[in-house]
Design a protein around this ligand. Structure first.
Ligand code: ADQ
Length: 517
């Protein structure tokens, strides 16, 4: 369900076009079946929660591929029109031929950009046909957009699938204000330089008016690559780390480059955690586990999330700290993802083997150390698990942000609990003081951090969790959307939203990581 947000829209909105969001996938899934009515299932992620009210207020538009085969295009369009009436904004599908879906989605995005941008270049396959498919798909997106934008509309492109869309739009004569946000990390130059199309990708990115990254580190990597590959320098006054927005001159225009750590709808999670049925479910989960210390991890099935490393660390903890045997249990919840990609099927098998091996070595009658669920669960159930656990183990090998770290903190029934966090998650740039930071490749280090989390005195846990919660409550997903839209020159924000988008000083303070509890 699309969730109404508390964002207020100003009564006196300046004249301005629509907000057009573009992402690879639409924020809905359409089930087409021969003998049942077609159904539209909205995604319930933070991005939709943040953007839906802004889109609704401006009769906005969301453009993307629906995930269906081209033959179902007419039925998909009809379902989207019907859905748009209730959603309050329009949705338009981009129809992609099967060959392009394979070359673009399975090839370009899954075998080139995703692994490369997560520092896993050995998993890349730089097949030129994948790049060619990406160019065709971006051009198809640009054609759809060029047929529906008005000159005053702001176009906001999301994520690594569509790095070059801004340039394809320009080539079609679409001269609208156009902004881009990268949800995943941007790699350091020695990794990015492996990309055979590095010049093209960087030049095409400069077609956007605003480019947003998750963290200052990602932006620094991008600016260094620009300098090394295209010999383009940014204009900054002061130290890069403390300047929220820098400029790059390109083709007589100014491109703004900023960083905007994405977040969650804090209130949605904390309110769910306060529901009597969710509290009851959390108690049931806790009682069923029959241990003093419950540890939780929640991930999409992905090799960047470090799930095998993490299970090895749990096994190592039991080896190094045998006093924790029968005292601690670890729940790993994995949501199936990209099951059409071989690597993901192999990863699932590897995880299942490691779980079996660990349980085989340590389980005792009435106690199992590792519980592994391979399925998607409802938001309520997820919050109940977060609330039941004492420690969250969030150890991706690399991650743009990692929303699970924030969801765990927002779902705590009180200011208690410990976040053990990978230093390679974007969230670590915000939480390096109150979280226990670990190197996910350091199995002994993660094992010791878990034992430290168990032994941490209650006052210390309360202090740290209090800091985490106040930070996430203040800089929620609405703050993220407002800050980005403000820098993108979007005039449809109310005064309250603009100040929620934060002043330069507030963002500076945040960049310097001064926490206020
Ligand atoms: P993801 O790689 O998908 O996102 P993440 O930020 O952790 O990673 O978000 C995963 C989402 O899936 C969370 O909201 C979580 O609750 C949900 N989820 C996971 N397992 C689930 C399960 N079994 N059942 C139900 N829900 C489950 C990309 C980037 C991240 C970045 C986000 C947002 O890779 O780095 O934080 O985009 O920008």
């Amino acid at each position: 369900m699309l969730v109404q947000s508390p964002i207020m829209i100003s009564d006196t909105q300046p004249t301005q076009g629509r907000l057009i969001c573009v992402s690879n996938r639409l924020p809905v899934t359409i089930r087409i079946s021969p003998d049942q009515p077609d159904t539209v299932i909205p995604s319930a992620g933070g991005l939709v929660t943040a953007l839906a009210p802004v889109l609704r207020a401006r009769k906005g538009h969301w453009i993307g591929w629906a995930g269906n085969v081209a033959a179902d295009a007419d039925r998909v369009s009809a379902a989207l029109v019907e859905f748009s009436k209730d959603a309050g904004f329009d949705l338009t599908q981009v129809i992609l031929p099967k060959d392009d879906v394979e070359g673009f989605y399975l090839g370009y995005t899954n075998r080139i950009i995703w692994p490369l941008f997560h520092d896993l270049q050995s998993r890349c396959n730089f097949d030129p046909s994948y790049w060619e498919a990406s160019q065709r798909v971006e051009t198809t997106f640009a054609t759809v957009l060029s047929n529906l934008v008005n000159s005053e509309d702001l176009i906001w492109v999301h994520d690594y699938h569509l790095l070059g869309l801004g340039a394809k739009l320009q080539a079609k004569g679409v001269l609208n204000r156009c902004a881009f946000f990268l949800h995943i990390p941007f790699p350091a130059p020695d990794i990015f330089l492996k990309l055979p199309w590095r010049n093209e990708v960087l030049s095409e990115l400069l077609a956007y008016d605003l480019i947003g990254f998750q963290t200052e580190r990602d932006r620094r990597n991008f600016l260094t690559c620009l300098d090394e590959v295209l010999h383009k320098k940014s204009t900054i006054n002061g130290s890069l780390a403390t300047v929220p927005l820098v400029s790059v001159q390109h083709n007589e225009k100014t491109v703004k480059v900023g960083y905007y750590p994405i977040s969650i709808d804090y209130n949605e999670f904390s309110e769910l955690a306060a529901l009597p049925e969710v509290k009851q479910r959390a108690i049931e989960v806790g009682e069923a586990m029959k241990v003093a210390h419950l540890v939780i991890s929640v991930d999409r099935l992905d090799y960047t999330k470090g799930i095998p490393h993490r299970i090895r660390a749990v096994a190592r903890m039991l080896e190094l700290f045998p006093e924790l045997i029968e005292q601690i249990a670890f729940i790993q919840i994995v949501v199936p993802s990209r099951e059409d990609v071989t690597e993901y099927r192999d990863l699932r098998a590897e995880i299942e083997q490691l779980v079996t091996k660990t349980n085989g070595a340590y389980a005792k009658p009435g106690w199992t150390p590792v519980h592994h669920f391979f399925r998607s669960i409802t938001r309520e159930e997820l919050v109940a698990y977060y609330a039941a656990a004492e420690i969250a183990l969030v150890t991706p090998l690399k991650d743009g942000m990692n929303l699970v770290a924030k969801e765990f903190c927002a779902s705590r029934p009180s200011s208690d609990g410990v976040l053990v966090l990978s230093e390679f998650a974007g969230a670590a740039s915000e939480f390096f003081e109150p979280a226990l930071l670990v190197n996910p490749y350091d199995i002994d280090g993660v094992a010791r951090a878990l034992a430290d989390a168990v032994r941490m005195p209650p006052e210390e846990r309360g202090r740290r969790m209090g800091l985490l919660q106040s930070q996430i409550r203040k800089y929620d997903v609405h703050h993220w959307a407002n800050a980005f839209l403000l820098d993108a020159g979007w005039k449809g924000l109310s005064t309250a939203q603009q100040s929620n988008g934060s002043t330069i000083w507030e963002r500076l303070r945040r960049a310097l990581s001064v926490f206020d509890a």
